[in-house]
Design a protein around this ligand. Structure first.
Ligand code: BEZ
Ligand code: FE
Length: 288
């Protein structure tokens, strides 16, 4: 095939993949090529612009490390992560909605006992979380593995703090026989996603703010149920309608309450302001 032009190149590339043995890979690659070519034709992409695009993607890769995932951040800020979540979790009305995973989950967080404090000394006003995990028919989900992670009062996750040698604001729990989960943490605050990399450059260039509304992350896994990856948001946050990563769902706004001081749900006396959060998670039946 010779003398290919801007109108025949797409078919030429698709033809070249005719023998692809995996139908799904062929479908994905063909659609990717078609949409990329249509994109370049639509905006009449110049060589300088495409070189800038390649530089941007190269810088995105260079920014990645075992503590930083700039490609997840890029996918999140372009709405692709939330689109993929929405396509794959069109659940029944009762089940808790999923949202973005984000780049700050860490495998192997400390396994704590119900009632323990996940903060590990992180700054923040005390938050007492009382949640339940049940199935769609109301059955309690006992022994579910629940990963929890959150930022501190300054809006940083532990992995963003250079030199910190222990986990803060993260833990793994197991629900009790009645599907209950309770623990102590810190009151979440709104925070900006990291802007010291290519994604920050992109946000600035397109005049976008980097803020996420205050939330606590949960990942809940139990045999016989679909794994749920979600957040619970504060309802009083000014960024609920402009989340930098498009992750807010009204159904995920938690029941937060605040007290100036007094006796906390765990029986401890709190000299200063503290907060409580109640939430019921409902899992969809399905493969683990
Ligand atoms: C997060 O909530 O941890 C998060 C999600 C997407 C991008 C950055 C952070
Ligand atoms: Fe977060």
């Amino acid at each position: 095939m010779r003398n290919i032009n801007e109108n025949t190149i797409t078919a030429a590339v698709l033809d070249r993949m005719a023998e692809c043995p995996s139908p799904r890979l062929k479908e994905i690659m063909s659609a990717l090529v078609r949409h990329m070519h249509d994109f370049a034709r639509e905006v009449k992409l110049t060589e300088a612009e495409w070189a800038a695009g390649i530089d941007f993607l190269t810088a995105t890769g260079h920014k990645c490390s075992d503590k930083r995932q700039e490609f997840i951040l890029l996918s999140d800020t372009l709405g692709l992560s939330m689109l993929v979540v929405a396509l794959n979790h069109a659940k029944s009305a009762e089940a808790t909605e999923a949202t973005v995973f984000g780049p700050f989950h860490v495998q192997g967080a400390p396994q704590l006992a119900l009632g323990d404090d996940i903060s590990g000394g992180a700054k923040g006003e005390p938050l007492f979380v009382n949640a339940t995990v049940r199935g769609r028919d109301g059955e309690p989900v006992a022994d579910a593995v629940v990963d929890v992670w959150e930022a501190d009062a300054e809006g940083f996750y532990d992995v963003q703090r250079a030199g910190l040698d222990r986990p803060q604001g993260r833990a793994v729990f197991r629900t009790d026989a009645k599907g209950r989960l309770w623990f102590r943490g810190v009151m979440p605050v709104a925070y900006p996603i990291p802007t010291d990399g290519p994604v920050g450059v992109m946000l600035k260039a397109t005049k976008r703010h980097p803020w996420r509304p205050a939330h606590v992350h949960f990942m809940i896994q139990a045999p016989g149920y679909e794994t749920l990856i979600t957040h619970v948001f504060r309802g009083d946050d000014p960024y609920l309608d402009s989340d930098a990563v498009f992750g807010v769902r009204s159904s995920l706004i938690g029941n937060f309450a605040s007290r100036p001081d007094g006796v906390a749900p765990d029986g401890s006396r709190q000299a200063g302001r503290f907060h409580t959060l109640g939430f019921e998670f409902v899992l969809e039946p399905g493969p683990h």
